[in-house]
Ligand binder design. Structure first.
Ligand code: IPE
Ligand code: IPE
Ligand code: MG
Length: 231
């Protein structure tokens, strides 16, 4: 009898790691790795969209990434701004809906304005939902949910009360989380939502990620036995 296979995940989270090492291998500055990484983002969005994935959360900048040198942060913010501009231009051709998860403080005002404009421009789109984790930390997200519960005056809370007050409560928990570059850790990504996620770690560096690598992750996921505490 054929083994039962998992259906396509509805939601995939990706920890896009390894830009710096990709550049170092080529004796290039880290900024060159981030530029190539931005191209991999585009390829991955196209691939996920073609496959019919409903939600993709991309870890683009963590709350801990502020500890990097100012020049590197500037490169990342410049690339982000350029990407937001491009997506704004193609917003309605692509049918992608953009959401942002993260805190707005510390982000440059121009970027926050562009993020808001892109979220508004794509709000009615029905295709792939791209959730950009920007200035994102999962502990901060959980604290944000708890602070909302305190303001609402709840005395006791259920897990669902917390889930409903995360940054994007309408997005289902990710069935699959992918991390590139060989690191095997969450680095403050989706701690709450990952309770039953499957993890896929690949040594491929993020700038080398593409449709084929996404397919490999999906094939691996398909064969996993998800038990959710049952037998
Ligand atoms: C991922 O690549 C990009 C961000 C974290 C913004 P890194 O910049 O972390 O690359 P490595 O880990 O140094 O190779
Ligand atoms: C995680 O990568 C954050 C993003 C991909 C945005 P890092 O490179 O910052 O993670 P650590 O420092 O290796 O845990
Ligand atoms: Mg890294």
């Amino acid at each position: 009898m054929a083994e039962k296979q998992n259906a396509l995940p509805r939601h995939i989270g990706i920890i896009m790691d390894g830009n710096g090492r990709w550049a170092a291998q080529r004796a290039l500055p880290r900024s060159a790795g981030h530029r190539e990484g931005a191209k991999a983002v585009k390829r991955t969005l196209e691939a996920a969209s073609q496959l019919g994935i409903a939600y993709l959360t991309l870890y683009a900048f963590s709350t801990e990434n502020w500890s990097r040198p100012p020049e590197e942060i500037q490169t990342l913010m410049d690339l982000l701004e350029k990407t937001l501009d491009e997506y704004q231009k193609s917003a309605n051709k692509k049918d992608w809906r953009v959401l942002i998860s993260g805190e707005r403080d510390r982000l440059p005002a121009a970027i926050v304005a562009k993020m808001d404009a892109l979220v508004r421009a794509t709000a009615e789109n029905k295709g792939l939902t791209v959730n950009l984790a920007l200035n994102y930390g999962a502990r901060q997200e959980i604290a944000h949910a708890v602070n909302r519960l305190i303001k609402e005056g709840l005395q006791t809370v259920t897990p669902q009360d917390i889930s409903l007050r995360l940054y994007q409560p309408q997005i289902p928990d990710p069935e699959l989380i992918i991390r590139t570059s060989g690191e095997e850790r969450l680095s403050n990504f989706l701690l709450w939502q990952a309770a039953y996620s499957e993890f896929y770690f690949t040594p491929v560096l993020w700038p080398d990620f593409n449709a084929e690598e996404l397919q490999k992750a999906l094939e691996d996921y398909r064969a996993r036995k998800r038990r959710f505490g049952g037998v």
